[in-house]
Design a protein around this ligand. Structure first.
Ligand code: 5GP
Length: 189
């Protein structure tokens, strides 16, 4: 997606060798107009597939996922990152996920109320790197005997194994911007 690639080139910042900071338009400050455009593009790519819900993982995926859900006319469900196994009042599905950027793990949590075996779910997230977050979301969807329509990400780091991991499980992956490499602190698409 041209507008996203341009924004990454203008405002993205490569840190620690392999992390792209997009705090100025996705992760901290949010460019609402760009997110709307992203949501339209995502919905256009996945339309007509009988998607009943959009899932995202808190918190960076929420803005683009919300616009995607609005365009598809379906609810957005935000998967929670629970740090501890605290006593939850609602019944939940949970799975352990290793966080790529923070080098920690969390329990990805979904209340059973918000999924049924009739759901066909599109997962939307900001980044695809090693595919751990998306694989965790897929595990939750499958625990509930629902089906996965695919994964849509804003930015794929194609030099990491996420896409391969997901495609080998039969998951369709759509990336709006695909980064081939970081060379001398610069993004190469
Ligand atoms: P994965 O689970 O695919 O290894 O990593 C995806 C998650 O890690 C995303 O939800 C995102 O929050 C975070 N992430 C991975 N790589 C980057 C990156 O280069 N920049 C930022 N801002 N987040 C990243």
């Amino acid at each position: 997606m041209k507008a996203l690639e341009e924004k990454i080139l203008q405002e993205g910042e490569v840190v620690d060798g392999d992390i792209l900071k997009v705090d100025g338009f996705v992760n901290h400050q949010v460019d609402a107009l760009l997110m709307e455009e992203i949501g339209k593009d995502m919905a256009e790519h996945f339309k007509g597939q009988g998607i009943t819900k959009v899932f995202t993982i808190e918190s960076s995926g929420i803005a683009p996922a919300l616009f995607t859900a609005k365009e598809l006319g379906v609810p957005l469900v935000i998967l929670k990152k629970q740090q501890t196994a605290d006593s939850l009042k609602t019944e939940v599905w949970q799975t352990e996920v290793v966080s790529y950027t923070k080098d920690t793990s969390y329990r990805l949590t979904l209340a059973k109320n918000y999924i049924s075996d009739e759901d066909h779910v599109l997962i939307v997230d900001d980044f695809l790197a090693n595919g751990e977050a998306a694989t965790g979301a897929i595990r939750l969807i499958r625990k509930a005997h629902a089906t996965v329509a695919g994964l849509g990400v804003l930015i794929e780091k194609a030099f990491q194994p996420g896409r391969e991991k997901l495609e080998s499980q039969g998951i369709h992956v759509y990336a709006q911007a695909s980064i081939k490499a970081f060379e001398n602190g610069k993004v190469v698409f």
